[in-house]
Design a protein around this ligand. Structure first.
Ligand code: DC
Length: 224
């Protein structure tokens, strides 16, 4: 059977990664979480600057030293930075606070997009992010764009954060979701927008299974 590229874009905390993982597993495709790659660069930048403020000139100069790779484990997809498992650290709130700014830097986007394209060379990939259907793989056979109300997304993020031991208030999580929406949609380089040929799915009142069914229907059509 022909392998295809499946691009899943959309707002933060719409369940993109859960959906993308499930689809990849079902099709035996590779799953790539591009948000984790922007988080990894953000984490590297924070580690580089002990005072906790990223020095972008220094970070851009160091990009060739940042090697990101993923490994599957029973705990899910693990993100490695220069050989070290940093899956937990890249989800910390200090990373949440800077990642949108990091992701708005053209040099950082170019660096990561190049790697994402190499990962998709062989097709058979499900990639989630913000610009996959528009910039990384405009030729992807299947493109989806997930949306949901900010309050519903913040509830999901808040629950995830509590489970991970992060005691941030709901209000703080909601404020972060809204500010990231704004940053992601208004940045100059590759803003978050729906590709004209992407299928938009409003997931506010759908279960994961219902979203999967919708996407699977379109994927099956493409796969014949
Ligand atoms: O999906 P996430 O919350 O882990 O993404 C983290 C940040 O990275 C988010 O602010 C948007 C940005 N991002 C991006 O600009 N382009 C991508 N392809 C993926 C994520």
């Amino acid at each position: 059977m022909n392998k295809i590229i499946i691009a899943i874009d959309g707002y933060a905390a719409t369940g993109k990664s859960t959906i993308a993982k499930r689809i990849a597993k079902k099709l035996n495709y590779i799953y790539i979480d591009t948000g984790a790659m922007y988080r990894a660069v953000s984490y590297f930048g924070l580690q580089q600057s002990p005072e906790g403020k990223i020095n972008f000139t220094k970070l851009i100069a160091s990009l060739p030293e940042i090697k990101i790779h993923f490994e599957n484990s029973e705990k899910g997809l693990q993100t490695f930075i220069n050989g070290e498992n940093r899956s937990l650290q890249i989800r910390e709130s200090r990373v949440n606070e800077v990642v949108s700014v990091v992701a708005s830097v053209r040099e950082i986007r170019e660096f990561l997009v190049e790697q994402q394209r190499i990962m998709g060379n062989e097709k058979g990939i499900v990639m989630d992010g913000r610009d996959i259907g528009t910039v990384v793989f405009p030729e992807a056979e299947c493109k989806f764009f997930l949306t949901a109300a900010p309050e519903i997304r913040a509830q999901r993020r808040h629950k995830e954060q509590l489970e991970a031991g992060n005691n941030e208030s709901f209000e703080a999580v909601l404020a972060n979701v809204k500010s990231r929406d704004h940053q992601d949609s208004t940045r100059v380089t590759s803003p978050l927008t729906k590709a004209s040929d992407a299928i938009e799915v409003e997931v506010s009142h759908l279960t994961i299974e219902e979203v999967l069914q919708k996407l699977q229907y379109h994927i099956d059509k493409k796969l014949g």
